[in-house]
Design a protein around this ligand. Sequence first.
Ligand SMILES: [Zn+2]
Length: 220
Amino acid sequence: MTRALLRPLLALLTLLALSATVLSCGVSRAPSMDPQGDDSFDDDIRTARTLTEEYWKQQFARLGRTYRPITDFVPYSGSAGPSCGDQPAVPNNAFYCPAGHFIAYDRSWMEGLWTEMGDGSVYVIIPHEFGHSIQAQLRSGFQLNVQAELQADCYAGGTLSALVSSGALRAEEGDEDELLLSLAAAGDPTDDWLNPSAHGTAEQRQSSFARGYRSGVDAC
Ligand SMILES: [Zn+2]
C-alpha cells in the first residue's frame, strides 16, 4: 500500500476508533447561556468563532495592538469552497486564507465530526484556524510549516483554557483529555496531518495543545 493511500486510511481508522470513546465532549456554553448544553452545530460554530475573536481582541488590546477581525467566515460544500489565491478549496477541510484574511470550512464534514466526536471538535478546529490568522497579523515567521501548525495548536489550547477560566465555556472533568483526542483525530483538518514532516505527529500536536491549555498563549 502506498503512503498516499495509507494516510487517509489511518486517519479514518483513528476517527472510527475515537468515535466510540469521544461521543460527547461536554464543552458547552456557560450554564446561564445554555443550561442543557444542547447547542446545535451552528450554535457551536458561531460561539466558537465569536468567543475566539473576543479573546484575541482582548489579548491584542493588552499588548497595545489592534486586532483585525477576519473578513469572512465561510461554510462551503465539497469542492465548492472559496479559493485562496490560486489554491482551490478542497473537500473535508477547514482553512485560513491569508490572501483574503478569511476562514472557510466544509460544513457537512465539520458537522460529521461534531456528531461523531462531540462539540470539542469544533472548539479545537475553529480556534486552530484563528491561530493561523493571528500568526498572519503578528507576521510570525516560520522556517517550517510544522512550526506554524504546532503554534496554532498551542494557541487553540490557550484560547480554550482562557475561555473556560473566564466562564464563557464550561468544561467538565476529563474534557482536556477529550479535547486532546479530538485534536489527534481532527485538529488539523488536512489529509496529511499524520505526515511527521508536514504537520507534526499526533503526539507533538497534543503536547503543543496541552502546553497552551496549561500555560496560556504566552507560552506558545
Ligand atoms: Zn493548521
